[in-house]
Ligand binder design. Structure first.
Ligand code: GAL
Length: 458
C-alpha cells in the first residue's frame, strides 16, 4: 500500500512503527472491555436509554379506548310544539349542547363521579370530562388555561379563566358569557393534586373603562417566566362583551402565584387579536400567536426581551384556514401546533400543524385525534385545545390540555387532558406539495381514564 493511499489510522500507526497485529490486538481488548462493561448491572437504565425504556413504560398511553355513544330515541313532542318549531334532524353535537339531553351525563358526569384528591381513590388517574376538585374540594376553575413549570420551586402552576359565576347572554344573539372574575391559579408537584393559589389577576368591579371591568371578556391567560428580568409575564385575550375590541392584554408579577399587575391591552401590530397563546423557545425567545383578520388567519410575533410587548415583526400563517385556540410546542427541533376551527363554544375538529420555524411557513398535517369513535375524533373528544404541556422527565409524550365547554353553564366546563405523542408516519399529504411531510404524525390518544407512568418525573 503506498503512503498516499494509506488510511488515516494506518498512517498514524506507521508513524509509531506499530505493526498491524498489535493494532488488531488493541481493538480486540477494547471490544472485550466494552462487552464486560455492558454486562455490569445498570442501576439507572432509564437514564441510559430513555427511548427503549420509555416505549415499555408508556405503551399503555398509546392503547386508545373506543366509544359507542348512541343517539337517544327522539323525544315525544306535542302537536303544538311541532307546529311552533318544526322538527329538524338532530346531531350528537346538538345533544351535547342540549342541557336536557338524555345522554348529557355521558358528556358532563355529575358530582358523584368527581375526581377528588382528598379521597385518594383512583389516585393519579385523569378522567377527561369528569369534575376535577382541588385540594379544598372545590371544582378547579382554570378554563382556557396553560401551565408554567417554575424551575425555581420545581412546581407546576396552572392558570386559567376563573368562571365560577352565572352564565347569561348579554344580547339575544350574543355568546353565552360569565362576568370576568379573574385568572385562577393552582399549583402542583404531581400534575394531579392541585392547590388553589387564589385569583392572581382580579376583575375591576367599578371602573367601566378598565379592560378588566367585569362586563368585559378575559380569556386564555398564559404565563411565561422571563430570565432577564426575573418577572412572571401573563398574556391574555381581552375583549368587550361582543368580542369587537379584540385586544391582547399583558400583566406582570414578581411571583408565580401573583398578584399580577395589569399593564395594558392593545391590538398587536394594529390587528384584531382573539384566541391566542404564547410560546417560549429553548433559547429564551418567546412569541405571541393570535387569531386575526376576523379569525381567518393566525399571526406570530416575537416578544421583546422582557416579554412585555410584541416586536414589530409579524408573520401571518395558515392564511384563510380559519383556525383558533392555538397550542404550540416543540419536539426534536420541529415546532408543532394544535388548533381548532371557529364554532364558538361548540366543539369541532382539531388540526395539527408543523413547521421548521416558529415564524412559518406552517403546514397542516391533519386531525391528530385517535380512538373514541368518529364523532369523538371529529369534535376533539367534545373539547377545544388550550395548551400542550411538555412534562419534565418524559421525552416522548406531552399532555394535551383542552376545554369541554358547557355553554349552558360555563363554570361547569370540564377539562380533557390526554397523552400526546409525536411519532409514526404522517397520514395526510402536505397542503401545497405532492408529498408527505418529513416530520412525523402528531397523535392524541383518547382514554376514558389514564395516568402518567409510575415515578414519571424521575
Ligand atoms: C371560542 C373561543 C373561546 C371563546 C368562545 C366564545 O371560539 O375559542 O375562547 O372565546 O369562542 O364564544
Amino acid at each position: 500500500m503506498s503512503a498516499n493511499s494509506a488510511s488515516p489510522s494506518s498512517r498514524l500507526m506507521s508513524g509509531n512503527r506499530c505493526s498491524l497485529p498489535v493494532a488488531v490486538f488493541i481493538v480486540l481488548v477494547c471490544l472485550f472491555l466494552l462487552q464486560l462493561y455492558s454486562l455490569l448491572p445498570q442501576k439507572d437504565a432509564f437514564k441510559l436509554d430513555p427511548q427503549i425504556h420509555t416505549s415499555r413504560r408508556f405503551r399503555e398511553l398509546d392503547e386508545v379506548d373506543e366509544e359507542n355513544i348512541q343517539m337517544p330515541p327522539p323525544r315525544k313532542r306535542s302537536p303544538r310544539a311541532i307546529k311552533r318549531k318544526p322538527k329538524r334532524p338532530t346531531t350528537i353535537i346538538d345533544e351535547f349542547l342540549d342541557e336536557s339531553s338524555q345522554i348529557r351525563h355521558l358528556f358532563f358526569p355529575d358530582m358523584k363521579t368527581a375526581i377528588d384528591p382528598n379521597k385518594g381513590n383512583g389516585s393519579f388517574y385523569y378522567n377527561p370530562g369528569r369534575i376535577w376538585l382541588d385540594t379544598e374540594g372545590n371544582p378547579i376553575q382554570a378554563h382556557g388555561g396553560g401551565i408554567l413549570y417554575d424551575e425555581r420551586d420545581k412546581t407546576y402552576y396552572w392558570y386559567g379563566e376563573y368562571k365560577d359565576g352565572p352564565t347569561y347572554h348579554a344580547h339575544k344573539k350574543g355568546a353565552a358569557r360569565v362576568d370576568i372574575i379573574g385568572v385562577g391559579c393552582y399549583s402542583s408537584k404531581d400534575l394531579w393534586t392541585w392547590k388553589n393559589e387564589g385569583i392572581v389577576l382580579a376583575a375591576e368591579e367599578n371602573d367601566e373603562t378598565h379592560d378588566l371591568h367585569k362586563s368585559n371578556v378575559l380569556e386564555r391567560p398564559k404565563v411565561l417566566y422571563n430570565e432577564n428580568t426575573g418577572k412572571y409575564v401573563m398574556w391574555m385575550h381581552i375583549d368587550d362583551t361582543n368580542y369587537t375590541k379584540a385586544h391582547v392584554g399583558v400583566a406582570v408579577s414578581d411571583y408565580p402565584n401573583g398578584p399580577f399587575h395589569y399593564l395594558y391591552g392593545k391590538n398587536p401590530h394594529g390587528f384584531d387579536s382573539r384566541d391566542m397563546t404564547v410560546f417560549r423557545d429553548d433559547d429564551g425567545s418567546a412569541y405571541l400567536i393570535y387569531s386575526s383578520v376576523d379569525n381567518s388567519e393566525l399571526h406570530v410575533s416575537p416578544l421583546t426581551k422582557d416579554y412585555l410587548d410584541v416586536t414589530n415583526v409579524v408573520s401571518p400563517i395558515l392564511i384563510g384556514h380559519r383556525r383558533e385556540a392555538p397550542a404550540m410546542f416543540k419536539h426534536q427541533g420541529t415546532y408543532y401546533m394544535i388548533t381548532s376551527g371557529c364554532t364558538g363554544w361548540a366543539p369541532n375538529e382539531a388540526m395539527a400543524h408543523a413547521s421548521e420555524s416558529v415564524m412559518g411557513p406552517w403546514e397542516t398535517m391533519g386531525n391528530p385525534c385517535l380512538g373514541g369513535n368518529e364523532i369523538f375524533r371529529e369534535t376533539t373528544f367534545f373539547s377545544q385545545s388550550t395548551f400542550v404541556l411538555p412534562v419534565k422527565g418524559l421525552t416522548e409524550y406531552f399532555i394535551f390540555m383542552a376545554d369541554r365547554w358547557n355553554p349552558a353553564d360555563l363554570r361547569d366546563s370540564r377539562y380533557v387532558w390526554l397523552p400526546l405523542k409525536v411519532a409514526g408516519p404522517a397520514d395526510q399529504p402536505l397542503d401545497y406539495e405532492f408529498g408527505f411531510p418529513l416530520w412525523p404524525r402528531v397523535s392524541i390518544f383518547w382514554h376514558k381514564r389514564w395516568k402518567l407512568p409510575f415515578r414519571w418525573s424521575e
